[in-house]
Design a protein around this ligand. Structure first.
Ligand code: CA
Length: 230
């Protein structure tokens, strides 16, 4: 997971970068708003930690410009002030959450994890999800590939919905187990593989373009097939 940290106070940015790297994150640091915005535009980050009071361009303005660019990367704002006004301005500018300085590192870590999780398993507001010619109607629970209706069990439908809401993202067996089965079986069980195979047969059998893919050693992903894999 790659994080951009925009923070001009050297001791704070060092402390955050070091702590996050110890937890397995990869961290790029920018020391002013202009540089931060440039980096946010030039690379893909999983999350941006953005201080508000920065040289050249404030965190509020950086965040607004990121959002104006149609970039929905989760943004966690840091503020030393913590007044209601700051908080409102931060959230108005498009930030997802904010943290008041000084904070405990564990608090920062918890916020990051929560934001990342929210961003990646978002409850979509779309009632119909479309992947290639697969259509999933979340209200009527009707699933079609092209014109063909696909009959799924309740469990298979939940599994498909989980994949569809995380379209293009590889889901580990652990993640699937937590989301669908709440770990109600022992982890050595192959129940997930069995269910994914049921689902795959119903979705992909007889179609040239496969949608549900195995990523060896990592898990499964629902996505349109890349041209070069055909
Ligand atoms: Ca600052």
């Amino acid at each position: 997971m790659k994080i951009l940290l925009v923070e001009d106070e050297l001791n704070v940015s060092r402390f955050i970068k070091k702590g996050l790297e110890e937890h397995g994150f990869s961290v790029d640091v920018a020391y002013d708003g202009t540089q931060g915005l440039k980096m946010a535009k030039s690379r893909i980050y999983d999350l941006i930690i953005l201080d508000i009071v920065l040289p050249y361009k404030s965190g509020i303005d950086v965040c607004k410009e990121i959002r104006n660019n149609k970039n929905s990367v989760p943004v966690l704002m840091l503020t030393a002030l913590g007044t209601l006004n700051d908080r409102v301005n931060g959230l108005d500018s498009g930030a997802d959450d904010y943290l008041v300085k000084p904070f405990h590192f564990q608090e920062l870590l918890a916020r990051i994890r929560a934001l990342y999780r929210r961003a990646n398993s978002v409850e979509t507001t779309d009632k119909i999800i479309k992947i290639d010619n697969l259509l999933i109607d979340l209200d009527s629970k009707e699933v079609r590939r092209g014109k063909a209706l696909i009959n799924l069990t309740a469990k298979e439908f939940r599994l498909l919905t989980l994949f569809a809401k995380n379209k293009g993202r590889v889901l580990s067996r652990n993640f699937i187990a937590e989301e669908i089965w709440e770990h109600s079986f022992d982890s050595g069980s192959n129940v997930i593989d069995v269910y994914v195979n049921y689902l795959r047969k119903k979705l992909d059998h007889g179609y040239e373009k496969k949608l549900l893919h195995t990523v060896i050693g990592m898990g499964y992903v629902l996505r349109e097939q890349y041209e070069d894999q055909r």
